[in-house]
Design a protein around this ligand. Structure first.
Ligand SMILES: [Zn+2]
Length: 76
């Protein structure tokens, strides 16, 4: 893949808003990431897990498009 630059939003587990920590924040395992919207503490591992799933879906979509293109080219 040439353009494998994509951003995976880290989302609040409670309200679904994209979490934005302070610029200099360093999150470590076991930390709670406080949501700026609802104020709930998000478990570090849980948000990473959800983000991984999102990332997997993004990659799958890209793959689908690439394959469609490839197959399309076969029948030109
Ligand atoms: Zn929230």
């Amino acid at each position: 893949m040439e353009d494998d630059n994509f951003e995976v939003p880290i989302k609040c587990l409670f309200c679904g808003v994209v979490l934005r920590g302070p610029e200099d924040a360093k999150h470590e395992s076991g930390d709670l990431i406080e949501c700026q919207e609802c104020g709930e503490g998000n478990d570090f591992y849980s948000v990473i897990d959800v983000a991984k799933e999102d990332a997997t879906n993004i990659v799958k979509e890209k793959l689908d498009k690439t394959l469609e293109k490839t197959i399309g080219n076969l029948f030109k």
